[in-house]
Design a protein around this ligand. Structure first.
Ligand SMILES: [Zn+2]
Ligand SMILES: [Zn+2]
Length: 356
């Protein structure tokens, strides 16, 4: 999925993807060119996926500028003019190298909706409220370049027919006499069995196709609108980076099944709690049909910074602008806050004693 270089029709400069217009734009002369939309994003039947995906999809061998991090395993394709010297995921020192790689063409892409200027504002607004954070974090954004990366995902669809059994409990009041002989009531639970059946359609269950970036980070910045994905074009990558997938579809499928099961159990809980007070021991028997999958790439901005030997990340959803950052709470600042609170308590105490 290499970044092809697109030249400006007017001056021969190199086009970059321009977030505001969603077009290619020449930084030299401002000429814009629309990225052709090739129509819908195709899904592949899953039975095809398991055995044949490797041979079925479009593959090419290309020479690309790669950031290979031996520390966290990230394998990120960066622009030819990139000057990155550290890994955006783990902060380790890296050296970029031109490499021959086999690439799989993604089925769909969510182009960046947030540009670098907006990232600056989002970061500054976020840091304002973080007065327990060490000052290093405030400098991290200025020193490190925040990298805009397309992260690889697998998505799964399935029509499911679910049968379930579970234990359900109903509260009731029981009266009894305590040791002194007084009449009292207490709440007890009457347990019984319940079962049911329902169908549900899962659309675009997202499973990350990279292990280099922490799942908790990706989840912390929230969801993407997968209904409006664009058909893939390498033009969207101009000026941005893209991580290569390293989670095989079979592994991702197992992960998707686990998250679908959790959703189904929540649905059972909601159904049964309309009639009962407690639900336990949910057992599912699920038939999956019309299973499909696709390979998509979704946008994030991310940076890593060191503080006292530890790595912390700040990540921004490239579609919605949601930000999440890890930071150590400064011990000195916490100490000063505690001291200030104690001082206020002492003053209030003194004031109340002397004013009597
Ligand atoms: Zn131009
Ligand atoms: Zn790394």
């Amino acid at each position: 999925m290499s970044e092809k270089i697109y030249h400006c029709n007017n001056c021969g400069g190199i086009y970059e993807f321009h977030v505001q217009s969603q077009n290619l734009k020449c930084p030299n002369c401002g000429t814009e060119e629309e990225i052709p939309d090739l129509g819908g994003v195709s899904e592949h039947p899953l039975h095809l996926g398991m055995q044949h995906y490797a041979s079925d999809v479009q593959k090419e061998t290309e020479s690309v500028n790669m950031l290979d991090c031996s520390s966290c395993g990230a394998s990120i394709e960066v622009a030819d003019n990139s000057t990155a010297t550290s890994c955006p995921y783990c902060g380790a020192h890296i050296v970029l190298a031109q490499k021959q790689v086999e690439t799989i063409t993604p089925d769909g892409i969510r182009p960046f909706q947030i540009d670098q200027n907006q990232v600056g504002n989002i970061f500054r607004n976020w840091i304002k409220g973080k007065w327990l954070a060490p000052n290093e974090l405030k400098n991290a954004y200025q020193q490190d370049k925040v990298m805009g990366i397309y992260v690889p995902y697998w998505t799964f669809d399935a029509q499911v027919d679910t049968r379930y059994t579970c234990d359900v409990g109903d509260n009731y009041q029981e009266s009894y006499r305590d040791k002194e002989g007084n009449l009292k009531t207490r709440t007890k639970i009457r347990w019984s069995r319940s079962s049911g059946r329902f169908s549900h359609f899962f659309n675009d269950v997202l499973v990350r196709a990279t292990k280099a970036i922490k799942d908790t980070l990706l989840k912390a910045v929230g969801a993407y609108d997968t209904e409006t994905l664009k058909s893939y074009s390498s033009a969207y990558l101009s000026g941005f980076s893209a991580e290569r997938h390293n989670v095989p579809i079979d592994d991702a499928y197992l992960e998707a099944k686990v998250s679908m099961d959790n959703v189904l159990k929540d649905m059972v809980r909601n159904i049964e709690l309309r009639r009962h007070d407690h639900v336990n021991n949910i057992r599912l028997q699920v038939d999956y049909a019309k299973e499909t999958f696709k390979h998509v790439i979704l946008p994030i901005y991310i940076t890593a910074y060191y503080f006292k030997g530890q790595t912390y990340n700040v990540i921004i959803n490239g579609e919605t602008g949601n930000i999440y950052g890890e930071y150590p709470k400064s011990k000195v600042k916490i100490f000063l806050i505690v001291l200030a609170i104690l001082l206020v308590i002492a003053l209030v105490y003194l004031y109340s004693t002397y004013s009597q």
